[in-house]
Design a binder for this molecule. Structure first.
Ligand code: AMP
Ligand code: TRP
Length: 352
């Protein structure tokens, strides 16, 4: 039966707890992605909440991507998820373009969101700063509408992300609220950002005021999940610091962005609080702290890298996992999308 006859507009409802998050396959994953996102994705899965994780390939092409590299990075991202502990039989793991509900709902949200909302996004402003904004893709501008669709296609209620995504999630809430108000329904949940832990914003190893990013031109600025043990140790040893020893209290890290970053990384990798790490290393020189951090980073990351490399030997198996995840994702998203079409007045009478 077409949705127009079956989907009753919903009345106030409680939403089932469901987690969604995504990572762009626009480069190799970094320690920032691992601590700010992946590690926490695994924790959420292990808490027993329904978890849906996505390689957002459609977001990646808002800036130019070489097709062969995009494919490789999508598989590598999926391998990183699995190597870090995502179990594709418990979590749903897939790539965005295989589930058309994302693009379809993204269009509808492009008609809900306002130009003004989009132009206030700091990520848009940063990505076009000093460049010709006229030459940026329309997709880059509309990016947050697609992101809202990623989340709301599943009526996800919680979204674990790093600090940099906070504003996009506020926009997702605004879109949900405006959709509900415009159509007089209580359909989409107002999502809750989960921005937690010591490493919600891992900074560049070369500049403590800049985010560690897969797109930074300097490879020395980041630790990649594909780096071997020697590379990790060298990057940490050479990371920018100041000449002072580590302070006695967390307050002493104020105005020392590079020192604070390394301490935060240590805390997040060790699963300790920042206070604990400061207490353990009070008064230590970087000559002592950096090798300890390098050992810890290698101990935590090497098993993931090794497993990623093993999984990458069999790309067909990764594609199979992504396809299976996409089937499960579509089974959740498609009925929600049908209801959206019904609410918005689209006729859906085609036989399929
Ligand atoms: P992206 O690589 O931009 O697709 O980001 C994927 C996820 O990793 C998002 O949740 C980001 O907030 C998170 N993330 C990216 N870079 C960092 C960073 N330097 N520190 C903490 N989280 C990050
Ligand atoms: N915009 C996010 C980033 O760059 C990636 C992303 C796309 C995402 N869709 C999402 C994150 C949905 C969380 C939920 O990091």
């Amino acid at each position: 039966m077409p949705a127009s006859q079956s989907a009753a507009v919903q009345t106030p409802q409680t939403y089932q707890p469901r987690i969604f998050s995504g990572i762009q396959p626009s480069g190799g994953l970094t320690l920032g992605n691992y601590l700010g996102a992946l590690k926490r994705f695994v924790e959420k899965q292990d808490e027993g909440i329904e978890t849906i994780y996505c390689m957002v390939d459609m977001h990646a092409i808002t800036v130019w991507q070489d097709p062969a590299k995009l494919r490789q990075q999508t598989r590598e991202g999926a391998a990183a998820f699995i190597a870090a502990g995502i179990d594709p039989s418990r979590s749903i793991l897939f790539n965005q373009s295989q589930v058309s509900a994302h693009a379809e709902l993204g269009w509808i949200f492009s008609c809900i969101a306002r130009m003004g909302w989009m132009s206030r996004m700091t990520q848009w402003k940063d990505k076009t700063a000093g460049k010709n904004a006229e030459a940026a893709s329309l997709g880059l501008f509309a990016y947050p509408a697609l992101m809202a669709a990623d989340i709301l296609a599943y009526k996800a209620t919680m979204v674990p992300v790093g600090e940099d995504q906070k504003q996009h999630l506020e926009l997702t809430r605004d879109i949900a609220i405006k959709f509900n108000n415009d159509y007089g329904v209580d359909f989409f949940p107002v999502v809750e950002p989960l921005i937690e832990g010591a490493a919600t914003r891992v900074m560049s190893l070369r500049d403590g005021t800049k985010k560690m990013s897969k797109s930074d031109p300097s490879d020395q600025s980041r630790i990649n999940l594909t780096d071997d043990a020697d590379t990790i140790a060298t990057k940490i040893r050479k990371s920018k610091t100041d000449p002072l020893p580590l302070p006695e209290t967390v307050d002493g890290l104020k105005d020392r962005p590079e020192a604070r970053n390394l301490v935060n990384i240590y805390a997040a990798l060790a699963g300790h609080t920042v206070d604990q790490v400061v207490a353990d290393f009070a008064g230590a020189q970087f000559g002592t702290f950096k090798p300890a951090l390098a050992d810890l980073a290698v101990a935590k990351l090497s098993p993931i890298t090794t497993e990623m490399n093993r999984l990458m030997q069999d790309p067909a198996e990764i594609d199979r996992i992504l396809g299976h995840g996409a089937d499960r994702a579509a089974a959740l998203a498609d009925p929600i999308l049908e209801q959206v079409y019904d609410i918005t007045g689209m006729i859906r009478s085609r036989r399929r």
